[in-house]
Design a protein around this ligand. Structure first.
Ligand code: ADP
Ligand code: ADP
Length: 205
């Protein structure tokens, strides 16, 4: 199975992808996560990437597409979270034989509230919400025991910019997959368990 999950920042893409990947044993790839890792390493490349992330802009298409192709090489089953985010990226992966594309539908007002409460662990692999999806022990990751932190781009001004980029660059991608009859729109305002059950029902798993 080859799944793509799209949606505005904070719409719950990563949360579903993490759970689905674990349950269905799919390879999970989120370019955003890998980009943040590179920034954390403070390499020359990381410093360049940081400028885009801090502004809420897309990292150049060719670079991200190359990353995705490298990561997905020889992978039969996968879940792509947050890619493609532009028409150029979508067309660049036309050969990947995607099974289904989910688009999370959540308003900017809800996303702004959610992202103020988002926390991630130091490894960047696990995501929480301080009240809706809290860790067992306050401020500590359930899986690796690292301290939870807030993403630097989860501040209102950057979220607004990311949402703007989403409208301009990613909405056309959603329409592109609709024309290809691969699209399912999910009401991302439902509680996490209901969202997950809806996705699973569509996948017949
Ligand atoms: P994305 O990957 O689309 O940016 P996340 O999966 O990181 O979104 O979710 C954003 C925030 O909202 C996180 O704090 C997460 O715990 C929380 N969250 C995820 N799904 C839901 C949901 N259905 N309802 C409320 N909060 C959610
Ligand atoms: P969110 O969905 O909450 O915005 P992501 O982790 O998916 O979080 O993305 C964070 C940032 O990483 C984006 O704002 C962008 O700068 C960069 N990024 C992620 N995916 C892509 C992509 N497909 N193309 C270009 N830049 C990307």
């Amino acid at each position: 199975m080859r799944i793509i999950i799209l949606g505005p920042p904070g719409s719950g893409k990563g949360t579903i992808a993490e759970k689905l990947a674990k349950e269905l044993k799919l390879f999970h790839f989120s370019p955003g996560e890998l980009l943040r890792e590179e920034v954390q390493k403070q390499t020359t490349l990381g410093k360049e990437i940081k400028q885009y992330l801090d502004k809420g802009e897309l990292v150049p298409n060719a670079f991200v597409t190359q990353l995705v192709k490298l990561e997905l090489k020889n992978k039969k089953n996968f879940i792509l979270d947050g890619f493609p985010r532009s028409l150029e990226q979508a067309k660049d992966i036309d050969d990947l034989k995607i099974t289904i594309v989910f688009a999370m539908d959540v308003s900017e007002t809800i996303v702004l509230k959610r992202l103020a409460q988002r926390r991630i662990c130091a490894t960047g692999e696990h995501t929480y919400h301080r009240t809706i999806l809290p860790p067992k022990k306050k401020g500590i990751c359930d899986y690796d025991g690292t301290k939870l932190i807030q993403r630097k781009d989860d501040k209102p001004s950057t979220i607004k910019e990311r949402f703007k980029v989403y409208r301009k660059e990613t909405i056309p991608v959603i329409q592109y997959f609709k024309r290809k009859k691969l699209l399912d729109i999910i009401d991302g305002t439902q509680d996490p368990e209901t969202v997950y059950t809806t996705v699973k029902r569509i996948l017949h798993t």
